[in-house]
Design a protein around this ligand. Structure first.
Ligand code: BGC
Length: 348
């Protein structure tokens, strides 16, 4: 396996962004850009062996330079919401950029999705990929600490796209990273209503106004949010206002990856499993997607894709009972999340 690099396009005032292409021996091709640390394209064979793109994105860099809802990017410093864009830490109040009403969403006005990362490619026996690094300065978007972040995308011959995250800080800070890919296993031919989804979770983080957690964790039992037994996304979506946009609680130990979700598209036969070390997974059925044209001229619209964002719970800095997102000097933040592909023709 090897990695090819090409110029993706110029970022005004900054320099050229690159696009890295990694192909495995089973016909999967992953493209990653250093702008926003973004998965730009992911070709996966269907049940007849025909490769097709399973992620939303843009053909050209300009698409990523416009305002867009984090399509394929890394999100940070804090994926999801922080209420009132503030938190207290060691007796000091930190005020973050308010970029979602009075709240803070996905790292602020210029988050990790809107910066150029330093990339280096690699290929070894286990797979090939790209490692990307970004240094976030003290008080960037309001967060304390000089933070060094690295994200490594690896594609292997087990048909896994593995995302490894690491970070260190020189001051206590909060950190919650994720990848924000929008998946449609049927090449965005139609809304994801027929995709069959299983989420290995019996509890979710209850939210109130503006999708801010109330602090309650509730059972999915007997509700349209219950995906423990696989069901088509469209089955109950209209019973949930706007569609699905919630964080499910996972039961891993934080060190080893556990199966969080499995999605199957019966038409193309493509299947994807999400495994993660994180304590939560946000299932977002692209409820607010609208008004942008994506790859191949496809109008991106509501419910065209699903995001399965491995992460800590929203608003943890203001919720003392949630698993902590604090990172201290001397510690290393570690996360591994895997998207693993197969198809209905594969033997189990
Ligand atoms: C959130 C949505 C938000 C979307 C795009 C998702 O992670 O859960 O509420 O609209 O990102 O910003």
């Amino acid at each position: 396996m090897k990695v090819l690099r090409e110029i993706f396009g110029p970022i005004p005032g900054i320099g050229d962004a690159s696009l890295y292409t990694i192909t495995n021996s089973n016909g999967i091709t992953l493209k990653v850009s250093d702008y926003g640390c973004t998965i730009q394209s992911l070709l996966v064979p269907d049940k007849n062996g025909k490769p097709g793109d399973v992620v939303l994105g843009f053909d050209k860099l300009e698409g990523y330079l416009q305002d867009h809802p984090y399509i394929g990017t890394i999100v940070g410093r804090y994926a999801n919401r922080i209420s009132n864009a503030r938190f207290m830490l060691d007796g000091t109040e930190y005020r973050l950029v308010q970029n979602h009403g009075k709240n803070h969403l996905h790292g602020g006005a210029v988050g990790f999705d809107k910066v150029l990362w330093q990339a280096s490619e690699f290929a070894d026996k286990k797979g090939a990929g790209v490692s990307l690094e970004y240094v976030s300065h003290d008080m960037e978007e309001g967060y304390p600490g000089f933070l060094r972040v690295s994200v490594t995308y690896t594609l292997d011959d087990e048909n896994q796209v593995c995302i490894d995250y690491q970070a260190t800080t020189d001051k206590p800070t909060h950190l919650n990273l994720t990848n924000h890919s929008y998946f449609n296993l049927n090449e965005a031919a139609e809304e994801v209503y027929d995709h069959e989804l299983m989420i290995a979770s019996s509890r979710y983080v209850v939210t109130g106004r503006d999708l801010i957690p109330t602090g309650e964790i509730r059972s999915v039992e007997g509700s349209p949010l219950d995906f423990r037994i696989p069901k088509p996304i469209g089955k109950d979506i209209h019973e949930v206002e706007g569609g699905f946009d919630l964080c499910y609680v996972l039961e891993g130990d934080g060190k080893t990856t556990v199966l969080a979700a499995r999605v199957v598209d019966p038409e193309s036969g493509r299947c994807m499993e999400t495994l993660t070390t994180e304590p939560g997974i946000q299932f977002y059925s692209s409820n607010f997607l609208a008004g942008i044209t994506g790859k191949g001229g496809i109008p991106y619209r509501k419910h065209l894709a699903l995001c399965l964002e491995a992460q800590h719970f929203p608003d943890t800095p203001n919720q003392p009972d949630f698993p902590s997102t604090l990172l201290h000097p001397g510690e290393t933040y570690n996360q591994r999340t895997i998207y693993k592909f197969s198809n209905t023709q594969d033997s189990p």
